[in-house]
Design a protein around this ligand. Structure first.
Ligand SMILES: C[S@@+](CC[C@H](N)C(=O)[O-])C[C@H]1O[C@@H](n2cnc3c(N)ncnc32)[C@H](O)[C@@H]1O
Length: 222
């Protein structure tokens, strides 16, 4: 069984200890992490044009930038990773340029491809809809916005079954029951799953495992 990680009582990414263990911790907590990451790389190959503009919002240690690297190089695209935690940014190991900033107030250029991978659930609830609309309006014709996030579960027994799937999968990859529980309680008030109703009708689902969903929002081509 894996060793216990340092889990703060109140979850934060502004912690050297959290940043140090992030890359291992996220795989232990989310067994599908690499699968969904590879799907992002796949869509990147479809939507990043030559000289394109690309953002990775909530970049952490550079996972998304790393899988996009080959396409970015091949298309000579302009990449910007945005991360608000200095502690995470210190551990960033992805393509330049990394900017330490609040993604909600960041001054974006119109873009061809933007990824929000497990970040919207950490934004203040009252900023999310306006932020999503702003990103949509900044997507260039033919471009795409990708979102992977945790969503609120439907009411009733089926919602319970979905939530237990997450627990069961964490156990299956060897996370310690105590760590799972402490992390869940630590996230209270900071990680708030998305209301799936905030997604526009035209958002297409490309991924779902229990509570976690991936959408692609493409801009009209004219
Ligand atoms: C679960 S991690 C994201 C994982 C990452 N995208 C990956 O592929 O491994 C969430 C990240 O979003 C960052 N974050 C949270 N709120 C933010 C904000 N307002 N602006 C920029 N980054 C933010 C956190 O500091 C944290 O590093």
């Amino acid at each position: 069984m894996k060793s216990s990680l340092e889990i703060p009582k109140h979850w934060t990414f502004r912690s050297r200890a959290v940043a140090k263990h992030f890359t291992r911790h996220v795989r232990e907590q989310l067994p599908w992490y690499d699968l969904a990451t590879n799907a992002v790389a796949h869509f990147g190959r479809h939507y990043i044009p030559r000289g394109g503009v690309v953002y990775d919002i909530g970049a952490s240690t550079g996972n998304i930038g790393r899988v996009l690297q080959e396409t970015l190089d091949q298309r000579q695209a302009r990449f910007t990773a945005i991360e608000e935690s200095r502690e995470m940014a210190e551990r960033y190991d992805g393509p330049p340029e990394l900017v330490v900033a609040d993604a909600v107030t960041f001054d974006y250029q119109p873009f061809d491809f933007t990824v929000c991978f497990l970040v919207l659930m950490f934004l203040p609830v009252d900023t999310r809809t306006a932020f999503l609309h702003r990103l949509e309006s900044l997507t260039k014709p033919g471009g795409a916005l990708l979102i992977v996030d945790k969503v609120q579960m439907p009411p009733g027994y089926v919602g319970t079954a979905f939530s237990r799937l997450t627990l069961q999968q964490k156990l299956a990859v060897g996370a310690r029951p105590e760590d799972i529980l402490r992390k869940e309680l630590s996230l209270a008030g900071y990680q708030r799953p998305l209301d799936p109703g905030m997604m526009p009708e035209r958002a297409r689902t490309f991924f779902q495992v229990g509570e976690f969903v991936g959408w692609i929002l493409t801009a009209p081509e004219r």
